[in-house]
Design a protein around this ligand. Structure first.
Ligand code: NOJ
Ligand code: CA
Length: 698
């Protein structure tokens, strides 16, 4: 049931500064027009400045800019307090409570009109540009957006270097004045590095002031518009929006009436308020899919990690085999992962342990020729390799009650993917697939556009819409980072769109603090397919010469199922590794992925996170606690449990000698009886974690 209360306060014609408060009255946004007619805003929290006077404006191509010479025509205010229910999510009910102010502006000289809409929530402010229908601003080209964020101090920041093609970097933690993106090495072997710019960083950008206030700059509802990166003037602590350009340097092609995405600034002196915020989703349009019954949470295994660790390959014939074979025919290399037989092994494993699905990568032709060759027509998304029998695999899975998950690596050959999309979805429907994992590795083909430009934003959203029409769920990798659009298209169930666990298999990897930052950045915009659950942590297990490893303890891999929210979660390691640690694997088998409620108990970006969640359909709770490279002892109150109930708690924790580097597989499992009055002491090793399941006894 949707509860909604609108209160229109007043509409009038004014020219002086205007301000609105959050429902709690702790956060204040002020808006005014400068002497030159420039729209400006500022933000205060508990009467302290957070954002100093900052300009707002849009630069048009071939027309007078929308940055100055404005007057205020009217100011309107209203309040909204409603509750809505996500199809899948961290909680069953999401509260959307804010005060809104719309400033209607016009430029007397040009007669052009824009509206700036401000919303103030308890945990942050948001604003967007609205371009009403009008005579002389019909079809227009944005060549720049001049939205400033003038901060008031040299805050600590967790930042990613600006790169219009990828977010797959580790975070750097530094003062704003120390941000310098020169010489950043992605160390992932892909080498996109498509832009340089000393002081461009990505959003969401998480910061903390010396006084302990948490600030996050991000955006919501990026639809038909490019992604916003941020230019920094380090000594002034001043950020300005940097929209991702298209192939010829334009930023966005728009038709009025239309809107920009929301620019968001979250502010709180309690980190838990930021990490649990649903503000980004609240700023997106409600669900546009009528029948959402096909959107289901999923736990899955897959023919996947074995390729990342080098045990098998995506391709059938071995790289370059196609070019080198005298007769042009592919010859099997013997290392192909996605064979009918191997897939059946995974299906058996999934069925035996109660998993919903099996992902298979490398099932289709093209993998000999994709990476490095970057041919446009390399994948057709429908032709299996000779050793992969689609029908046989799907019949087998169906008989065992397991769903197959489709894989579409596009190699960023996007026009090619769009040409094949209908046929690719038809094949999925023919065989009963309900979910696809897509991928956008490499620069966009044909060259020119960026992953984060308007064209590609529209592509990802278009695929989600077409998938919805076909009752298909999408989990995209290497797409632009989500900004809450899965409220509108909840079949867009997850994305990677950040540096995932896979980097630990073949690069310097992700430092232990990585997973303590992602919930404050990437996950604010939507679920992340991080692919947790790696038990064989050191790659020397597969090849003695390898030194790569996951920067984790085994217990932390379990905790990630709770701390890294996604309604589709992979048990990413190999079945045989799970068989060897069957007692720890039990947690992955048990853990829920769709939730009635979530309680963030402890949080500090870059340091630690503890969250407890109650399953959507049932009475079980699960807790995940993770730490960075520092060991941590903490006591957790279990007052989130239902009173008057007894629970059996199974605690999966780091062993006494656990340490992510020297002894990552050292873990203990203990069982105890607890109630809502109990407190539990947790010990997390360096790079460690704790996972707990709570099952009511009665
Ligand atoms: C990168 C994706 O993140 C990964 O999951 C996938 O296996 C490879 N691309 C190949 O598509
Ligand atoms: Ca990836």
């Amino acid at each position: 049931m949707k509860k909604l209360s609108y209160l229109v306060l007043f509409i009038c014609t004014i020219s002086s500064a205007q301000s609105i408060l959050s429902p709690s009255k702790e956060l204040q946004l002020s808006f005014s027009i400068s002497k030159e007619g420039k729209p400006t805003y500022s933000v205060n929290f508990k009467n302290q400045p957070i954002v100093k006077e900052s300009s707002l404006g849009i630069v048009l191509k071939d027309a007078d800019d929308l940055v100055a010479n404005f007057k205020i025509d009217s100011i309107g205010q209203k309040s909204v307090n409603e509750t809505w229910q996500p199809v899948l999510g961290e909680q069953s009910n999401i509260k959307n409570n804010y005060n809104e102010m719309t400033a209607a502006l016009s430029q007397p000289a040009t007669g052009r009109r824009i509206n700036i809409i401000f919303r103030v929530f308890d945990e942050g402010v948001a604003f967007r540009y609205e371009f009403p229908k009008q005579k002389n601003l019909n079809y227009f080209i944005i060549s720049d957006e001049k939205t400033e964020f003038n901060l008031v101090g040299n805050h600590k920041a967790f930042w990613l270097p600006g790169d219009f093609d990828s977010q797959e970097y580790p975070y750097t933690e530094s003062k704003l004045s120390e941000i310098n993106t020169d010489n950043i090495d992605r160390n992932n072997g892909i080498g996109l590095k498509s832009i340089s710019g000393k002081y461009i960083v990505q959003s969401p950008l998480m910061m903390k002031t010396a006084e302990g206030v948490y600030i996050n700059i991000f955006e919501a509802a990026v639809v038909n518009y490019p992604v916003m990166h941020l230019d920094l003037v380090p000594e002034a602590y001043q950020f300005t929006s940097h929209l991702v350009p298209n192939a010829i340097g334009d930023k966005a092609y728009l038709h009025a009436p239309c809107v920009s995405p929301w620019r968001t600034i979250m502010v709180s002196d309690d980190a838990r308020e930021i990490v649990s915020s649903k503000m980004i989703f609240n700023l997106n349009e409600p669900c546009k899919i009528e029948d959402t019954s096909f959107i289901k949470p999923m736990k899955f295994v897959g023919v996947w990690w074995e390729m990342h660790v080098g045990k098998s390959t995506w391709d059938y014939a071995g790289s370059q085999n196609a070019q080198n074979a005298a007769d042009g025919q592919l010859k099997p290399s013997g290392k192909h992962g996605a064979t009918t037989e191997n897939t059946k092994y995974y299906v058996d494993f999934a069925a035996k342990h109660g998993f919903d699905g099996v992902l298979v990568e490398g099932w289709n032709t093209g993998w000999e020729d994709w990476f490095g060759n970057w041919k446009e027509n390399v994948f057709d998304f429908v032709t299996p390799y000779p050793d992969y029998n689609l029908k046989e695999v799907n019949d087998y899975a169906k008989a065992k009650g397991v769903k197959m998950i489709m894989h579409h690596e596009t190699s960023s050959s996007v026009a090619n993917y769009e040409r094949h999309l209908d046929r690719a979805f038809k094949l999925m429907k023919d065989y009963g697939y309900t979910a696809v994992k897509s991928g956008y590795v490499g620069r966009i083909i044909p060259r020119g556009e960026f992953h984060d430009g308007q064209t590609m934003v529209n592509h990802y959203n278009y695929v989600a819409q077409r998938a919805a029409e076909n009752k298909i769920m999408v989990d995209s990798h290497e797409s632009s980072r989500p900004t809450g659009y899965n409220r509108t298209y909840p079949n867009y169930v997850a994305a990677e769109a950040a540096r995932g666990n896979e980097f630990n298999a073949w690069s310097v990897g992700n430092p232990p603090m990585h997973e303590t930052i992602l919930p404050f950045t990437r996950l604010l915009g939507g679920p992340m397919d991080y692919t947790p659950g790696i038990f064989e942590i050191k790659m020397s297990y597969y090849d003695k010469s390898k030194t790569e490893q996951v920067h984790t303890t085994l217990a932390k891999q379990l905790a990630l199922y709770v701390t890294m929210y996604s309604p589709v979660q992979m048990a990413a390691d190999l079945p045989e590794n799970y068989e060897r640690y069957a007692d720890a694997f039990q947690f992955i088998k048990d853990v829920a992925v769709d939730w009635q409620d979530s309680k963030y108990l402890e949080a500090e970006p870059g340091d630690y996170l503890t969250v407890a969640r109650k399953e959507k359909k049932g009475e079980r709770w699960f807790l995940g606690a993770i730490t960075d490279e520092n060991a941590r002892d903490t006591q957790v109150k279990l007052d989130f449990l239902s009173p008057n109930k007894k629970y059996k708690a199974v605690i999966y924790q780091d062993g006494k000698d656990a340490d992510w580097k020297n002894n990552p597989k050292n873990y203990d499992i203990k069982t105890m009886e607890v109630t809502s009055k109990s407190k539990i002491n947790l010990h997390l090793a360096n790079g460690g974690g704790t996972a707990i399941s709570f099952q009511p006894i009665n």
